[in-house]
Write a protein that binds this ligand. Structure first.
Ligand SMILES: [Zn+2]
Length: 216
């Protein structure tokens, strides 16, 4: 994937693929390449690298909060514990990716993106397959962890994975690190499927933002 991006900069008409302009400053293509490499290292899915919204399918107050986080993440670090609720295609994941990119672009915190189902899968395999350990390690050491698309498969999962996820949430909140969780489950679904400890961690630490369906 990265080699494809390097090919993109090779075809740049501003710097003729050199990466530098005549005044020796970095060309915008090279800066974009560096940003993309950071997104890749943070495991943000490629489909979100160029996504951008100027407004969000949520309340006016939440729109204001999201906009201020995105324009000045450095002043809003304390607001990065977020729970995005709402139906599929209401913009939750894209909004989470925009925040992740804003934090990366300003070099504020280390960020790691995990699809929730993938995280569960990796957690189950970690003791039998060492190669997944590096990915889990990067996630658990990050300062901002994006957990995308918590769904019903998790609700049906064995108790051991739920305990492990609860432990991950607890360790993040206790060490002043941040989690952005997206889910199309309702809060009542969470209450039904998770233990009291997980639910209280989520409700005490994550600012809930509910997205509506529709086009943005
Ligand atoms: Zn260029």
């Amino acid at each position: 994937m990265i080699s494809d991006l390097i090919n993109l900069t090779k075809n740049c008409k501003k710097c003729y693929g050199l990466g530098y302009l005549e005044d020796a400053s970095l060309c915008s293509c090279r800066l974009k390449l560096y940003r993309y490499i950071s997104y890749y290292e943070a495991n943000i899915p490629r489909i979100y690298w160029d996504c951008f919204y100027s407004s969000f399918m949520t309340s006016k107050a939440n729109n204001d909060l999201l906009k201020s986080i995105l324009t000045e993440p450095e002043k809003n670090i304390d607001f990065l514990n977020l729970g995005f609720f709402g139906p599929t295609l209401s913009g939750k994941s894209t909004t989470a990716a925009m925040i992740a990119k804003a934090v990366i672009d300003k070099d504020l915190l280390s960020v790691y993106w995990f699809n929730f189902t993938d995280l569960l899968y990796q957690l189950r395999r970690r003791f039998t397959d060492n190669t997944v350990e590096a990915q889990i390690d990067a996630a658990l050491k990050s300062k901002l962890l994006i957990l995308d698309d918590l769904g019903r498969d998790f609700a049906l999962d064995k108790a051991s994975a739920k305990t492990e996820i609860t432990r991950i949430f607890q360790s993040f909140f206790e060490s002043a690190r941040f989690i952005i969780l997206t889910t199309n489950l309702f809060i009542t679904d969470l209450e039904r499927n998770f233990d009291v400890k997980f639910n209280s961690l989520v409700s005490l630490n994550l600012t809930t933002i509910t997205f509506q369906s529709g086009t943005i």
